[in-house]
Design a protein around this ligand. Structure first.
Ligand code: IPM
Ligand code: MN
Length: 354
């Protein structure tokens, strides 16, 4: 296969983890005989600094013409606590999702045997937890009508039936490939948009008897997720709830630096860590590259290259078992290694497996 990858490294630790993603992807392509070409483009604060726009037209064109986007992170403290600023790095990520029509964000939450002790939750609670959160990505409050003045502001949470149906379809299909248990998370006891979600989901679940569908309010779901994470198989929810719940989910795995995601829909699919740009760590070679590297696994799997994906996952597991890890997950923090060393170890492991 020939793959053209748009590389959007962005800000903070973005460029460092991006390099490790490229290393690993190159190693897998070499081993399996695929051709890969990387084209870099600006996004986030890096793009604001260069051309004044967090998602320039040129970047859009690079993404549109690629088979997939490997995205890293956006965000810069220079733009935080500055409500006066109209242009922000995060708008680059949102514009990319919207312009590429990426309405479904797939966020798997799994535990790694060698890391169970890293979770602040008890081992008997988290061990074996393995679920997927399907987050709606181009609707809700993120994109609804907004108003801002000095004494009044609002964000609107709006969804059409069509937007709800298409994300639920992704969720039902996903559940069918897993344990056939779908939990629809909403706040239908308060929000009108949630009531529409629930109505549409109830209708669709009647047409989908092979999937066990249940409904849970988001406040209850956030509690259930850390009390009894094994309850969940596939959960589906609107944009803002999904953003919040998946940060909570990362606690189950033991580190924010471990969770990858795939954003899919109409245009070029994007593979990205769920974490942000961690500006304090930028340039220090301490950021965990595994969320980015596991995003590469999801990229291969998206193109039906299951063996390639598995090869990445196996190498990631091996690195953790060997204790070749960044400080956030290293069994002995005094023996932690750098971001680049983790990527190099994993790509060498992949090359040696040949
Ligand atoms: C995420 C991030 C983004 C979001 C931010 C950076 C805009 O937190 O991908 O979860 O809120 O969607
Ligand atoms: Mn988030």
């Amino acid at each position: 296969m020939k793959l053209k990858i748009a590389l959007l490294a962005g800000d903070g630790i973005g460029p460092e983890i991006s390099r490790e993603g490229v290393k690993v992807m190159t190693a897998v392509c070499r081993r399996f005989g695929h051709e890969v070409e990387f084209v870099s483009a600006l996004v986030g604060a890096a793009a604001i600094d260069a051309v004044g726009d967090p998602f320039p037209e040129e970047t859009y064109n690079v993404c549109r013409d690629a088979d997939a986007v490997l995205f890293s992170a956006v965000g810069d403290p220079r733009f935080d606590n500055r409500p006066d600023l109209k242009v922000r790095p995060e708008q680059g990520l949102l514009a990319m999702r919207k312009k590429l029509g990426l309405f479904a964000n797939i966020r798997p939450v799994a535990t790694f045997a060698s890391l169970i002790h890293k979770s602040p939750l008890r081992e008997d609670i988290v061990s074996g937890a393995d679920f997927v959160c399907i987050r709606e990505l181009t609707g809700g409050m993120y994109f609804g009508e907004k108003y801002e003045s000095d004494d009044h502001a609002y964000d609107t949470c709006a969804y059409t039936r069509g937007e709800i149906e298409r994300i639920l379809k992704v969720a039902f299909d996903y559940a069918r490939r897993r344990k056939r248990h779908l939990t629809v998370v909403d706040k239908a006891n308060v929000l009108a948009s949630s009531r529409l979600w629930r109505k549409v989901a109830q209708e669709m679940s009647r047409e989908t008897p092979d999937i066990t569908t249940d409904f849970m309010y988001v406040d209850n779901a956030s509690m259930r997720m850390i009390q009894d994470p094994r309850f969940f198989d596939v959960m589906v929810t609107e944009n803002t709830f999904g953003d919040i719940l998946t940060d909570e989910g990362s606690v189950i795995s033991g580190s924010m630096g471990l969770l990858p995601s795939a954003s899919i829909g109409e245009g070029t699919p994007v593979f990205e860590p769920i974490h942000g740009s961690w500006p304090e760590a930028a340039g220090k070679n301490i950021a965990n590259p595994l969320a980015q590297i596991l995003s590469v696994a999801m990229l291969f799997e998206h193109f039906g290259l299951a063996e390639e994906g598995e090869c990445v996952r196996k190498a990631v597991d091996a690195s953790m078992e060997a204790g070749v890890s960044t400080p956030d997950i290293a069994p002995d923090p005094s023996k932690a290694v750098g971001t680049d060393a983790v990527g190099t170890w994993i790509s060498d492991f992949i090359a040696a497996e040949r």
